[in-house]
Design a protein around this ligand. Structure first.
Ligand code: DGL
Length: 277
């Protein structure tokens, strides 16, 4: 069941455990949004840094990763899965749904229902752009729409290395934006959860009338509709009190990124997901 689109679902308790995963730092933009709206929400975030980036991998690899991580989150008793990675959302939403054993809230469907306009640009990983998933979802929600999807292979590795504006990155960004600006788009969807971390650079390179759209906002709203309203007590919880962070690569390096982007010093646990052999 996809919950970017509205499907009837009995409400989950307000303290339902929410599972999330991404290849690395990007999904923190979704986690940050969730915990801003619902401080203290119990959640498990898996950063699969041992396999970052996902966006240059084959469809088969991406689908197998989605199966592994969604199954792991099911074993942890997650009661909902909030997609924090567009690449697995684009190529393996059905796989995540099959393995999560819980409602799955997608980024792509969620934002497609909300976006209006006639010419929309999408910046995404090469795998997401090639899949055409944004174009399909946006056209399904709003038939009369032109969608241009551009793959941006330099962005995720740069963000993971905390390069947010080197001359090389700036040149790459200009070349990715060029066809969107030439098509006079009204909005640009940040179709990879790492890209909101490059918002300052992108904003500098585009005219002010073009909106930059972060799908996390729509997806977190869709998830919130599934969860019972926060209680008075839960509203006063500290944002990260219910959050577990797991990483397949180096926990220390990831903790530095979390501190940088979310402003708290987390405990990060190492987890091994890949089946032996
Ligand atoms: N942040 C993820 C996404 O939204 C994955 C990026 C990657 O690892 O290539 O697509």
């Amino acid at each position: 069941m996809t919950l970017g689109s509205k499907t009837s679902f009995s409400a989950l308790p307000n303290d339902a455990l929410v599972g999330m995963f991404d290849s690395g730092l990007g999904g923190l933009t979704v986690l940050g949004r969730l915990l801003h709206l619902r401080p203290g929400q119990p959640c498990i975030y898996v950063a699969d840094t041992a396999r970052v980036p996902y966006g240059g991998r084959s469809e088969a690899e991406i689908r197998s990763i989605a199966a592994e991580v969604a199954s792991y989150l099911k074993m942890q008793s997650c009661q909902a899965l909030l997609m924090a990675c567009n690449t697995t959302n684009a190529l393996a939403l059905d796989v995540a749904q099959e393995h999560a054993g819980a409602p799955v809230v997608g980024l792509i469907d969620s934002v497609a229902k909300r976006l209006r306009g006639r010419r929309i640009g999408v910046l995404a990983t090469p795998a997401t752009a090639k899949s055409g998933a944004y174009g399909k979802a946006l056209r399904a929600a709003n038939g009369n729409i032109k969608v241009l999807e551009v793959g941006c292979p330099f962005f995720v590795p740069a963000v993971e290395l905390n390069d947010l504006g080197s001359p090389q990155l700036r040149a790459a960004a200009k070349s990715y934006l060029q066809p969107l600006l030439a098509a006079d788009v009204e909005a640009i969807v940040l179709g990879c959860t790492h890209y909101p971390l490059l918002k300052a650079l992108l904003r500098e390179l585009i005219p002010t009338h073009i909106e930059l759209v972060d799908p996390a906002l729509a997806a977190v709203d869709v998830l919130s509709e599934l969860l019972a309203a926060p209680t008075l007590n839960s509203k006063q919880a500290s944002a990260f009190s219910g959050c577990r962070l797991l990483v397949t690569g180096d926990p220390k390096a990831f903790a530095v990124g979390v501190e940088r982007w979310l402003g708290f010093s987390p405990k990060v646990e190492h987890v091994s997901l890949q089946q032996p052999g």
